[in-house]
Design a protein. Structure first.
Length: 261
């Protein structure tokens, strides 16, 4: 971590002044000093009034996370750990990118099941939700094997995105506030018979646009890129993190989950 610490320290010193070059006891202290200097994006200061048909947080109940120990939500259960600090470094990099480009949606995927994409998505969303200014939403977009709600310990039968795409629920009814975290969650919902057909129904882009009027960060956990039998050997064991805005190239953040934990 020493090289990450030194690079982060130099970057923040150049950005915010030489006072960040004074000794810091840990990466956590340095990150707190850097984050305290974050300023709201210009578009937030000059935000126009919301149109009348814009999504507004509504009637969905608040949920209290109760993760099991094997959920490994370090940004929630052990925020002072090395794993949590690495997610804070990643979060700070995303904030820097946001200052340069229009970045709001972050897609997290992997090459096959059980590679840690949901783990990364959940911890990244928890870290981004620490902001007192920017609102963060975590979406479970893996209809085949949804795990986000289970990882947070809030059950596996919550209505969610699947019900919205089928026209059975309003979006405001299935965006849940996670108590004590600052995070909102849109679970996958009950698994549909034909996930691909549902995703291609045409409603999803509209819903994402509506959510974008309320949330500043939208973290999306998506299905693996390849079936287990079809994945190339060169891509095994990797988690992909990509900025999902139009005309924004994917971030070069291919790394094993072990790099974070």
């Amino acid at each position: 971590m020493s090289r990450i610490f030194d690079a982060l320290k130099q970057s923040e010193a150049e950005r915010w002044g030489s006072d960040l070059l004074r000794p810091h006891a840990s990466v956590t202290e340095l990150l707190e000093a850097a984050e305290s200097r974050r300023v709201p994006p210009a578009e937030m200061l000059l935000a126009p009034p919301l149109p009348t048909d814009t999504f507004v947080l509504g009637s969905a109940p608040a949920l209290r996370p109760a993760p099991l120990p094997d959920a490994r939500l370090v940004c929630l259960t052990d925020p002072g750990s090395l794993g949590a600090e690495k997610f804070r470094v990643l979060g700070l990099r995303l904030r820097h990118l946001r200052e340069q480009r229009k970045v709001k949606r972050i897609v997290v995927t992997g090459t096959a099941p059980e590679e840690g994409k949901s783990l990364v998505a959940c911890n990244l969303a928890l870290n981004q939700a620490r902001s007192k200014v920017l609102k963060t939403l975590l979406i479970d977009g893996d209809f085949r094997r949804p795990t986000v709600a289970k990882r947070f310990g809030v059950g596996t039968l919550l209505p969610g995105l699947s019900e919205c795409l089928r026209g059975e629920r309003q979006l405001s009814e299935v965006v849940y506030k996670m108590e004590g975290t600052g995070l909102h969650l849109l679970p996958a919902g009950l698994a549909p018979e034909n996930p691909l057909d549902l995703m291609q129904s045409g409603r999803l882009p509209e819903y994402l646009d509506q959510l974008g009027t309320v949330f500043d960060w939208i973290i999306i956990d998506t299905p693996p890129l390849f079936p287990l039998a079809a994945r190339p050997k060169t891509l095994r064991g990797r988690v992909e993190i990509a900025a999902a805005e139009p005309a924004i190239p994917a971030m070069n953040s291919r790394r094993s989950t072990r790099a974070f934990m």
